[in-house]
Design a protein around this ligand. Structure first.
Ligand SMILES: [Cu+2]
Length: 232
């Protein structure tokens, strides 16, 4: 009797694991990775200005980073995504910090939903966003307010500034699907689990605009693409 039960249990476990594992396998095979390298042949554009308030937290000099070019002509802070893709939003909450009177990271990417705006500086900041699809935010964040939670429901690139510190500039890339990445100092971004087949990779940069390139995404494989931005 006991043996029969154990046998039944074993069959049940096998059946259950087939049931639960199968859909996951299909998903994993369906997507591929795109390694995007974004290059820019032009000069970096970084404005420097003297700071005359909150110098203890902000330092004496501020930088406005409009075009950041790293080694090997890699363009930082560009958002690479699969154009026209459809997919569910990621569950991860986006976070942007105000640290040293700078927005960190300079470009934060997210799917529509909430974002935590941190104030690590412990000084008065005043968030001011510029957007068309989402309502504009213009709100003081006093020094004691460590986190302010805001919402961006519509996909677009939102410019974020601070009315207290004129040089503070950041961007929130609100993307319509989870297939995107932001380039690092070397100009590299990774798009994980991108839909297989012929896709268009689109690159957006705050100063240099947009560029696209076609790629063939293979299930379970990595496709490399290099996209060069042209000076506007
Ligand atoms: Cu500020």
């Amino acid at each position: 009797m006991r043996k029969a039960l154990a046998g039944f249990a074993a069959v049940a476990i096998v059946a259950a694991s087939v049931w639960f594992v199968a859909p996951g396998r299909v998903d994993a095979q369906g997507g591929g990775t795109i390694e995007v390298e974004v290059k820019y042949n032009g000069p970096a554009q970084v404005e420097t200005l003297k700071v005359n308030k909150d110098t203890e937290q902000c330092g004496k000099e501020a930088k406005i980073e409009k075009v950041v070019v790293g080694g090997n002509k890699g363009l930082a802070n560009a958002v690479a995504s699969v154009a026209g893709a459809k997919g569910q939003p990621t569950a991860k909450k986006a976070v942007i910090d105000q640290k040293g009177c700078k927005f960190v990271p300079h470009v934060v990417s997210m799917t529509p939903g909430e974002i935590d705006i941190l104030n690590s500086d412990g000084v008065l900041h005043n968030i001011h966003t510029y957007s068309t699809a989402n309502p504009s935010i213009n709100k003081a964040q006093p020094k004691f307010k460590k986190t302010m939670t805001e919402k961006f429901d519509k996909p677009e690139f939102v410019k974020i500034t601070c009315d207290v510190h004129s040089w503070m500039l950041g961007w929130v890339a609100v993307m319509p699907h989870p297939y995107f990445g932001v380039t690092n100092e070397s100009g590299m971004a990774k798009i994980e689990n991108a839909p297989a087949g012929k896709q268009t990779v689109e690159v957006w940069h705050e100063t240099l605009g947009k560029a696209t390139k076609e790629v063939e995404v293979k299930p379970g494989a990595t496709t490399k693409v290099t996209i060069e931005m042209v000076k506007k």
